[in-house]
Design a protein around this ligand. Structure first.
Ligand SMILES: [Zn+2]
Length: 293
């Protein structure tokens, strides 16, 4: 069950596997993300009602289903606005784009699942990826890397919600790989995070904290380790599938189809980063697309 926790002033959050932020001003509530499904939406609405707060807006940090899965229920029940950046809007309103993008074609029925596909909702307001978010008093911070045009959201209470720009050390130790769309942007985002100066930080998939430096280092170290692993493996030309299989075996992970498309896609992004940095190159051998040092 979701539980409301106060962080400071008018800023709250619902701790959960994907933390949900809340900012309340004059009994008007603004959510930062909406949980992973209608059930999360139902629990959030119940808590808002108990406090006599009315939901005015959901700001989605990005379009992954675990962040916008409660949108449809909450918008249907309250008529709330939904705000996101333009590229994320395309996915929020057309959830089929996510499994299609990850798979790289028309996704199988198995992949058109709740984990990769939220129910569609209507984004009423475009927002820029930095600066004031409409007239909410909240601010957007551009945090590209994990997804196309992901943002963090800061409140006037010195709290910043950091979306999926950092993963917890528990997740990194257990799974090693986490989803990244753009490695170069992610490395810049990590650099940017190290310059932020807020009182409280709330990454979606890690604990509330007052200092980010250790978490940034853990994330950066793992990204560099994966880069090294890929470069070392590609001394001979290797196909994508053999690279994915090698990385999963190295970390003792078992593939299921959702992980294959999610992590497989992330590994493709790492490989593009390495090709663009001129560390690897692509070759076609016997009609197989391969990567090599
Ligand atoms: Zn997430």
């Amino acid at each position: 069950m979701l539980e409301l926790k106060k962080i400071k002033g008018n800023t709250y959050y619902f701790p959960s596997p994907a933390n949900i932020g809340l900012y309340v001003s004059n009994n008007d509530a603004i959510l930062i993300d909406s949980g992973n499904d209608s059930d999360a939406g139902r629990q959030i609405l119940k808590i808002l009602n108990e406090n006599s707060w009315s939901l005015k807006m959901i700001i989605n940090t990005h379009s992954n289903a675990d962040h916008c899965g409660g949108n449809e229920f909450l918008q249907k029940k309250t008529g709330c606005k939904i705000a996101s950046t333009q590229l994320e809007k395309a996915f929020i309103e057309n959830p089929i784009l996510e499994p299609s993008f990850l798979y790289g074609g028309f996704a199988t029925q198995e992949l058109r699942n709740k984990f990769l596909m939220a129910k569609p909702s209507v984004v009423t307001d475009f927002i820029s990826n930095s600066g004031n978010i409409l007239d909410t008093g909240l601010n957007a911070i551009s945090l590209p890397g994990h997804f196309f045009d992901m943002i963090g959201v800061s409140t006037p209470d010195g709290v910043v919600f950091l979306a999926d720009s950092l993963f917890s050390s528990r997740i990194i130790t257990k799974y090693h790989l986490f989803y990244l769309y753009d490695i170069s942007s992610q490395l810049e985002t990590l650099q940017k995070l190290s310059t932020l100066n807020y009182e409280y930080y709330v990454p979606s998939h890690s604990e509330l904290c007052t200092d980010l430096s250790e978490l940034i280092e853990i994330n950066r170290t793992k990204i560099n380790e994966i880069i090294e692993t890929l470069v070392d493996f590609c001394t001979e030309p290797k196909t994508i599938d053999s690279i994915i299989s090698y990385v999963f075996s190295k970390y003792n992970l078992t593939l299921n189809s959702s992980q294959y498309v999610l992590i497989g896609n992330a590994i493709r992004s790492y490989l593009s980063y390495l090709v663009d940095s001129k560390v690897l190159k692509t070759v076609i051998e016997n009609n197989e697309f391969k990567f090599v040092k």
